[in-house]
Design a protein. Sequence first.
Length: 273
Amino acid sequence: CRNRVWESEKTVWLDAFQKNPESSPALISIGLVYLKSGNYKLAEKFLLKALRKCKEINRLVLIIRGIVEVYRKEGHVNKAEHILYALYKIFPRDFALLHSLGVICVQKGEYKRAEHYYLVALKINPYHLRSIFNLGLLYLNQGEIYKARNYFQKYVRLKPRSAQGYLYIGLTYEREGMIPQAIYWYEKALHYEPDSISGNFALGSMYARIGDPRAEYYLKKVVVLMPDKADAWYNLGLFYLERGKVCQAEECIRRAERLGYPVPRETKEILKK
C-alpha cells in the first residue's frame, strides 16, 4: 500500500515536471519523494536542479535541507554538517536546523555537541517533538536512564497516542530491571499499535523472562509479522525450552541460527541431551 502511494505521488510530480521543466516546486517535490523512498542519487539530482532554479528563500531552505538529508543518508556527514552550519548562521533561531545538527553530531559520535543542539532547539521551541524524543534517546544510550525517561514522558504528554513513546518509557524500566513497570508501558504501546514488531517483541521477551505463558502469543506474533527476526525465534525457542517443549525449542533455535543469531554453545549442548 505504501509503495502504491509513493508511486502515485511520484507520477503526479513527474507529470507536473514534464509539463513545466522550469517548475521549482515540481523539482523539489520529485526530489523529496525520491529521498523518502531511499533513491538518494535521483533525489540529489532533482534537488540540485531545483536549487539552481529556485528564487524564493523559503523554498531554498527546504531544498538545502533535502540535500543535507541526502548527504547524511549516504554517510557524507561532514559535508552535510558544513552546509547545515552555514544555513544555521543565517537562521540562528531555526529549531529544526538545530535539531538536524544534533542528529548529525550523534551520527559522528559527538554526543555532547548533539545534546547542546537539541537543548538549544528546545529553548526556542519547547514543544519540538523530534528534539524531545532524540534527547531521550541520547540519554538512554548514554545510560542516563532517569533523564531519558523524563524526556520520553514529556514526549507522550505532547503526543499521547504515540506507541513509540510508551515503548521507550518501558525500555527505561527494563534497563533498570523493573519488569512489572516495563510490561505496563509495553502493553500501553501495543494498545495504540497492536502490530508493532518492537512492541510485541519487547512484551513477549519480558513475559518470557518471568515465565509467563503469554510470552508465546507475542513472540509468535513477531515471527509471523517478521519471519526473519532471528532474536524473536531464539527467545521463543528459549521459552519452549524452559517449559520442556524440546522439539519446538529446537526448531525455533535452529531457525534463529540459520538467520544468523549467535546461539551460545551452552544452549546447543542442552538441545543435544
